[in-house]
Design a binder for this molecule. Structure first.
Ligand code: NDP
Length: 293
């Protein structure tokens, strides 16, 4: 059975489960890598003000949807299928960085991101980190609600929110976050957060879905790759899809970009899913959200 490749957010907006992540993609490479990903079938892109590559992301998407902003792309002949896209076919996430928490600063940060991207709207806008020591995430979220009501974003959400941050946010939020994007891979499975998300109607999005590559050599994953005649990355990404996670692997070569997308024609059996649940190590490749401010 083919697993559905799209999920509905709590406001009805549809989101491809699989997207392309752009953390540490150099600004000069973003345009070409997003274009490559579009050519492979990716339609969802995860960037952030902090990544510094929104301009390249927007340029690639603008070219793919025939935006005349760049004459070379608008009239060029690179990939007819990509040029047949419309803005509605593509889903762009960006995020407000930690130094722009607060209502007015967030609205300004959003305007900058929009200018960088060159788009009329953003599909999903996230608070990048809760920054609990700043004490401003609830106010920051109010700005996201304003942008949502004004139609400048199709959905809003958060990233790196721990259960206590979410519970605090829910005391003042008028719009339930559509997504919480958190570190999640076989060595950090986030069971408690995933349960809380399903109770609240929040989608779980996995950042560093491959554990920044560290999990690829796990002997249990390697054994599953041999069993299914796939690569370790494909086994892990398939696991994410079957858990119901949104997933955004980053890769820097055309081969890996293609490999990571080629996960919709096989299925891990329930015994192997149970086995992967046992790989939990509570191992973070990134910072703990309480320590980022
Ligand atoms: P990933 O788990 O996606 O791993 C990326 C690493 O794995 C890179 O070194 C990449 O190599 C390698 N890799 C990718 N595909 C393969 C493959 N098929 N075989 C072997 N190696 C592979 O980590 P990221 O930290 O990049 O996370 C993904 C995305 O999540 C980010 O790009 C970003 O969009 C988001 N993110 C969000 C955060 C947040 O705070 N909200 C924090 C961190 C990430 P190479 O690049 O050399 O191809």
């Amino acid at each position: 059975m083919r697993f559905p490749a799209r999920l509905s957010l709590n406001n009805g907006v549809m989101m491809d489960q699989m997207g392309y992540g752009l953390y540490k993609v150099p600004p000069a490479d973003a345009d070409a890598l997003v274009s490559t990903a579009l050519g492979e079938g990716y339609r969802r892109f995860d960037t952030a003000a902090m990544y510094g590559n929104e301009v390249g992301v927007g340029r690639a998407i603008g070219g793919a949807i025939g935006d005349a902003r760049d004459a070379n792309l608008g009239t060029g002949g690179s990939g007819e299928s990509v040029h047949a896209l419309t803005r509605e076919d593509v889903f762009v996430t960006t995020k407000v960085w930690n130094d722009h928490h607060g209502y007015d600063a967030t609205l300004r940060a959003f305007d900058t991101s929009m200018a960088n991207l060159g788009l009329d709207y953003v599909d999903l806008y996230l608070i990048h980190w809760p920054c609990p020591a700043r004490g401003l995430f609830a106010e920051t979220y109010k700005a996201l609600e304003t942008l949502y009501r004004e139609g400048k974003v199709r959905a809003i959400g958060v990233s790196n929110f721990q259960p206590d941050h979410l519970e605090q946010l829910m005391q003042s939020a008028e719009v339930v976050p559509a997504v919480n994007q958190v570190e999640l891979h076989p060595w950090l499975q986030q069971a408690r957060l995933r349960t809380l998300h399903s109770q609240l109607g929040i989608r779980t999005e996995a950042w560093s879905p491959l554990g920044r590559g560290q999990v690829l050599g796990d002997p249990a994953i390697v054994a599953l790759a041999e069993k299914y005649k796939r690569t370790p990355a494909q086994v892990i990404l398939r696991w994410h899809l079957q858990l119901g996670n949104l997933v955004i692997p980053k890769a820097s070569t055309a081969g890996r970009i293609k490999e990571n997308f080629n996960v919709f024609d096989f299925e891990l059996d329930s015994g192997d899913l149970d086995g992967m649940a046992g790989l939990e190590r509570h191992h973070r490749t990134g910072s703990h959200p309480d320590n980022v401010n």
